[in-house]
Design a protein around this ligand. Structure first.
Ligand code: NDP
Ligand code: OXD
Length: 309
């Protein structure tokens, strides 16, 4: 029994070292593989090439190297019925909340404006704003959204959350579904998107959606680029309805050199760095799932292929 590892961003050696400390004798091969395909029973992957996972006849579970699983589900030839577990990792969660707090505080304290003023050598005094009046709306109240929301509450912001199903999180005003979306957006001054990319969230954030927020609102997106209609976001920034955006993810990555986001005065671009699962932190949960899958038990953090997350 051999674990197949496929990723163009994660270090296979580090993963092998950490996993072998927990699972001595673990056999791991870096894919795509061309021989002994029958030996592969599990796959630990980030963005496997389309059709690749179908080549292993004895594959019984897929483990994602990311919290999102759209990089796996987008494969039209994905083998059917093979369970998929996503990555849940305390360090990844910590990193994401740090990214969210930093981005929210940067917009809240208008550092984007002061950075622009510095380039013009302009002393543009503005009264520091009161964070108890800046409402932050978090879309997607899963593992990452909930942690970020809790930390925003602890930092003193009024926080709203929006998810598919209604939540009860201390200090967070909760909204759910299409019925709750209008009221959520109307009350949101800084919108943080932590939704997964699924059939229901693709292209969700378009011009109409963004215009439901108050004029002067900000947008922070460390989830997935395809949740946003990028030309609509640019339109709403140009019209002055939105004051700024921090974007970590894009429809095409790396972001093409010709893309208007690179030079847009109201946009901060980061290269999909908000968070990641380092093996020294994430390996214990992955090892646990490897043990469970091999023992014929249900893995933890399973996704539902029907909802796509
Ligand atoms: P979870 O699966 O834990 O949470 C997803 C949340 O989104 C849930 O609250 C869910 O609602 C909500 N949701 C899903 N579909 C809808 C919908 N149609 N309408 C309303 N709410 C919806 O995911 P994580 O928090 O772990 O991760 C979120 C995403 O963050 C990942 O999918 C990935 O794309 C992105 N990510 C980005 C990284 C980066 O570096 N930029 C790093 C890691 C993750 P409910 O609770 O009701 O089910
Ligand atoms: C993830 C990511 O989904 O890094 O974990 O984008």
């Amino acid at each position: 029994m051999t674990l197949l590892f496929i990723s163009h961003v994660d270090d296979p050696k580090e993963w092998q070292t950490e996993l072998r400390r927990l699972l001595p004798g673990l056999k791991m091969r870096v894919g795509p593989q061309t021989r002994n395909l029958d030996d592969i029973d599990l796959a630990l992957v980030w963005a496997p090439p389309p059709g690749e996972l179908r080549r292993y006849p004895n594959l019984k579970a897929i483990l994602s190297l990311g919290a999102g699983v759209d990089h796996i589900l987008k494969d039209p030839r994905l083998p059917k019925g093979v369970p998929i577990a996503r990555l849940v990792d305390p360090m990844l969660t910590e990193l994401m909340s740090e990214y969210v707090l930093l981005s929210v505080l940067r917009h809240h304290r208008e550092f984007d404006h002061f950075e622009a003023m510095q380039r013009k050598k302009k002393w543009d005094y503005r009264f520091p704003p009161d964070r108890s009046k800046r409402r932050v709306g978090v879309m997607g109240m899963g593992v990452l959204g909930t942690d970020a929301a809790r930390k925003l509450v602890a930092a003193g912001f009024p926080v709203l959350g929006w998810s598919r199903r209604q939540k009860r999180i201390p200090g967070v005003e909760s909204y759910s579904g299409t019925a709750g979306l209008g009221a959520f957006l109307k009350r949101t001054d800084i919108l943080v998107c932590l939704l997964p990319l699924t059939g229901a969230t693709r292209d969700l954030i378009d011009a109409k959606f963004l215009k439901r927020m108050p004029k002067g609102a900000y947008f922070v997106n460390p989830s997935r680029g395809a949740v946003v209609v990028e030309k609509d976001l640019i339109g709403v920034l140009d019209s002055g309805h939105l004051a700024g955006a921090t974007l970590d993810v894009f429809r095409e990555e790396p972001l093409p050199k010709s893309h208007p986001f690179w030079t847009h005065p109201k946009v901060l671009v980061t290269p999909h760095v908000a968070a990641m699962g380092y093996p020294y932190s994430a390996a214990p949960r992955v090892a646990l799932n490897i043990r469970r899958a091999r023992a014929g038990k249900r893995m933890l953090d399973l996704i539902d292929p029907k909802t796509g997350y």
